[in-house]
Design a protein around this ligand. Structure first.
Ligand code: GUE
Length: 299
């Protein structure tokens, strides 16, 4: 049976560091880190995520502001709000919850956030810094940053000689994850829907990262014995065994069978999810330190 990573516990230790850094900044510069979260429309899942982000921000001692906008908000009004927050010195981090309603241009909104406040790490400046190997002065997308922390805990900072396979090539996760693994000297393969013999490619992985959004797609015979598996999928599926109309969360990995083969594995829930929120707080405190020219903490 694989070692199962306790994402909640690792996230709690990151949050503890963030909280300490936040009060240190307040003592040194009289400034509280400020996080502004924008949510448009009334998707219930998005509201759950956003309220847990706001709650965590308060726990970290941040100034947390939530902007809840109606589904019919115009692009112009949304851009105007981002512009206002860009210019607000009490706000160090801006997050626009995705997905946005269809009539809005999510990419234009993301690119309008000042790179220094882009705590999602999605601005081309931040993505470009990561791609070119500058891991110090930009902000790194929270989910890959969190996943990388698990990888580092298991394998150390230098992944020389290890094969890493990432399934999924999104800008939000797959591409930045690949860049982080490469920066740590892993030999990286990024797979996607057009990849031939996916199972066979996965079987070569010492580190297998799944981020495709297909419930329990990765099976036992895709896994190299002893491999580290990071499951980034969050899929809600029907769970009639729990009662009529009930659902449960599963990852992109068939957990029980893969845990028999892997060396280390992250669960869903309780793995990458809590770390994503912790790294968002870490990015916000980092942005606040930089804005106040203070030597920043490391996570
Ligand atoms: N601009 C933007 N940035 C994001 O980072 C972003 C976003 N938009 N839109 C939606 C996705 C999704 N996401 C999650 C964060 C935490 C959990 C999480 O903590 N999950 C818990 C379970 C929660 C539950 O029970 O539903 C867990 O895995 O243990 C899940 C999903 C961030 N996202």
């Amino acid at each position: 049976m694989a070692n199962v990573i306790d994402g909640k516990a690792v996230a709690a230790s990151v949050i503890e560091k963030v909280r300490a850094a936040s009060s240190e900044l307040e003592a040194a510069a009289g400034v509280k880190p400020g996080l502004a979260v924008i949510i448009v429309g009334d998707d219930p899942a998005s509201h759950v995520y956003v309220s847990s982000k706001s709650r965590m921000a308060k726990e970290c001692g941040f100034n947390s502001v939530q902007h809840t906008l109606p589904a019919e908000t115009s692009q112009t009004d949304l851009l105007a709000l981002v512009e206002q927050l860009n210019g607000d010195a009490t706000v160090h981090g801006i997050l626009v919850q995705l997905p946005l309603p269809d009539h809005l241009d999510a990419d234009a909104v993301t690119q309008s956030i000042k790179p220094e406040k882009d705590v999602d790490g999605l601005h081309v400046i931040n993505a470009g810094k990561l791609m070119t190997g500058d891991l110090k002065t930009g902000l790194i997308s929270c989910t890959p940053a969190g996943a990388m922390l698990f990888v580092r805990q298991t394998h150390g900072a230098d992944l020389s000689g290890l094969n890493a396979v990432v399934i999924g090539r999104s800008n939000l996760f797959g591409k930045p994850m690949g860049a982080l693994l490469l920066a740590a000297n892993a030999t990286v393969t990024i797979c996607h829907s057009r990849t031939k013999d996916l199972a066979e490619v996965c079987r070569r992985a010492d580190i297998l990262v799944a981020a495709v959004g297909r419930p329990e797609m990765v099976k036992k015979d895709w896994v190299k014995p002893g491999a580290t598996i990071i499951d980034v999928g969050i899929n809600r599926i029907p769970a009639p065994e729990r009662g009529e109309g009930k659902t449960r969360l599963v990852g992109d990995v068939a957990f029980a069978e893969c845990a028999d083969v892997a060396g280390t594995i992250t669960p869903v829930p309780g793995g990458v999810g809590p770390m994503t929120i912790a790294m968002l707080m870490a990015n916000t405190v980092t942005a606040a330190f930089r804005a106040n020219a203070q030597p920043e903490p490391s996570f």
